[in-house]
Design a binder for this molecule. Structure first.
Ligand code: ZN
Length: 191
């Protein structure tokens, strides 16, 4: 991973995009394309922003609560980039955790998702990183994260039908192997 000071090398991206355009037989100097390398360079600065952020900075402000039960933040929208094809995958993340005295503002969970979504990713890896960050920072009794995503590298290329959703779940702490807690998660998700 690059250091905080060392952000996207815009000139390198511009050069690379011009090369891709030439390689597919395009004219990088035609009107519609002349500013494309510059646009893409700025775009990457934004969609890879998570590389220079730490989830520990997002989750550092906690509140103390006694006897809190399961908290669920559902339908956190995210956009990420598949690291195998550098094409977008996007969807929703649902996060539940059982606090051990410490909770965070709900917007912080959405910000945590952003930190891990805004970089080249794999769905399973992103879900694990979100769950582990919450375990690490909040030290809850347990956490359960569900991710539902559409991968344009699959739907655009016609391997699967458009709209196909890939779903995965990561459980940590008391959620692991606890069917009752997992069912409560699914019921809260529906409700
Ligand atoms: Zn892919």
């Amino acid at each position: 991973m690059q250091s905080k000071e060392n952000k996207v090398d815009q000139e390198k991206i511009k050069e690379a995009v011009r090369m891709i355009l030439e390689a597919i037989g395009e004219d990088p100097n035609r009107e519609g394309l002349v500013e494309t390398p510059d646009r893409i360079a700025r775009l990457y600065e934004e969609i890879c922003e998570g590389m220079w952020q730490e989830s520990s900075e997002v989750l550092d402000k906690t509140f103390t609560v006694k006897d809190a039960e399961m908290l669920l933040e559902k339908d956190i929208t995210f956009y990420s980039m598949c690291e195998h094809h550098m094409l977008p995958f996007f969807g929703k993340v649902h996060i539940a955790y059982i606090p051990n005295g410490k909770v965070v503002g709900l917007s912080k969970l959405a910000r945590t998702v952003e930190v891990f979504a805004r970089r080249l990713q794999l769905q399973e890896q992103m879900t694990v990183q979100i769950a582990d960050a919450i375990m690490e920072e909040l030290k809850p009794e347990g956490v359960m994260v569900m991710c539902e995503a559409e991968h344009t590298c699959m739907t655009m290329r016609g391997v699967r039908k458009p709209g196909t959703i890939t779903t995965n779940i990561v459980t940590r702490g008391v959620f692991k192997d606890n069917e009752m807690l997992q069912n409560t998660f699914f019921q809260m998700l529906k409700g």
